[in-house]
Design a protein around this ligand. Structure first.
Ligand code: SF4
Length: 355
């Protein structure tokens, strides 16, 4: 049992004291107590962190801010350069929105991010969570910053047993009750750090938690049962073919159409995505009538709403006309700018000695 219980609404002081001692050092952060960080760096990190881990984001963040140190520099960058630099982070709609947002800040706001949540919400790709995070962390405004980590911590602090996602509005209201007027940005980052390092999804480490004295779930011994979630519908499987077409030391890549899955990215030639596998012996979407060899097993890649099974074909352009495309040297450099699913297809082709 905790030595001295406190109400969840009083967690700000112990949580901020813990944050001052134990915060994660991250390249986009200002030191605790600074009450403001560079809005460009906060925004860029938050967009990159959506659906991606901190460890995966750090090298991308360093590369972007080295190459484009200001929002105006990013706004002036070419679409292809930014999409190539983003390759591997996934969710490419975010990269397109990133550029659209940088350009909106440069052209409509004189190169400075607006400070209010309402104005931030008007920017491309900036939703309620990101607007609140930028307002709090970059501008020191009192904003209620609620992502999945914060929902989990709040559900446990207040022992909320309603299921997600229906519980979201209640969790946001409760998060509002614990957000302090001062140091709201540090408070938001402290909640994120608590969720990432101690109040983890599995096996929360309650014995070292700075707010255990305020936590109803820990008191009742139900922390690792929360938050409860509604069962997820199964992710459907869909199917496509991809083609690794070589011509001597070169491999054919294509620029995908600007809209739709992986829009605007470089990729391998690929068929339409279908609900059933394309029939054996057919090559829909093939870039040429080559003699195609077929991978014995599919390469799978998980998107948010479906799992894609790719059948990989490879062939040589020996006696046919070279189709128009983006021909690259057939080595690791060809894979570097590609989204992960195409890298997986090339890895597979290499594993059978064909790339
Ligand atoms: Fe999470 Fe445990 Fe801390 Fe409660 S005491 S906030 S469940 S780590």
């Amino acid at each position: 049992m905790p030595a001295k219980e406190i109400a969840p609404k009083d967690i700000a002081a112990p949580l901020l004291a813990w944050y001052d001692r134990s915060h994660r050092r991250l390249p986009w952060r200002a030191p605790p107590g600074a009450n403001a960080a560079d809005p460009y760096r906060v925004w860029l990190s938050e967009i990159m962190l959506q659906q991606t881990t901190v460890a995966a984001v750090i090298p991308y963040f360093e590369a972007f801010t080295t190459r484009w140190p200001t929002v105006e520099a990013l706004a002036a960058a070419g679409d292809g350069d930014v999409l190539a630099a983003w390759a591997g982070l996934g969710y490419y709609a975010r990269a397109r929105n990133l550029l659209a947002c940088a350009r909106a800040v440069a052209s409509d706001h004189g190169g400075r991010f607006p400070a209010s949540e309402a104005a931030l919400l008007g920017l491309p790709g900036v939703g309620a969570y990101t607007a609140a995070a930028i307002a709090a962390i970059a501008f020191g405004a009192r904003a209620v910053v609620v992502d999945g980590n914060v929902e989990r911590v709040v559900a446990r602090l207040f022992a909320v047993e309603d299921r997600l996602p229906a519980a979201k509005p209640r969790l946001r209201t409760l998060a509002d009750t614990i957000t302090p007027e001062a140091r709201a940005g540090d408070f938001a980052q402290a909640m994120m750090d608590l969720g990432a390092t101690i109040c983890r999804p599995k096996s929360p480490d309650c014995l070292v938690c700075p707010v255990i004295d305020a936590c109803d779930a820990a008191r009742r011994g139900i922390a690792d049962l929360l938050p409860k979630k509604a069962p997820k519908p199964a992710r459907p499987v869909r199917y496509a073919n991809v083609y690794v077409l070589r011509d001597g030391g070169e491999i054919m890549l294509v620029r995908r159409p600007p809209r739709g899955l992986l829009g605007g990215m470089l990729g391998l030639p690929m068929s339409e995505i279908a609900d059933t596998p394309h029939p054996e012996g057919t090559h829909p979407g093939a870039p040429a009538a080559a003699r195609w060899s077929r991978g014995a097993r599919p390469v799978s890649h998980v998107f948010t709403h479906f799992e894609l099974h790719l059948t990989v074909f490879w062939g040589d352009l020996s006696d046919i006309t070279k189709p128009a495309g983006d021909w690259r040297a057939a080595d690791e450099s060809a894979a570097r700018d590609l989204p992960t699913l195409f890298r997986k297809a090339l890895d597979f082709t290499a594993s059978v000695g064909q790339f």
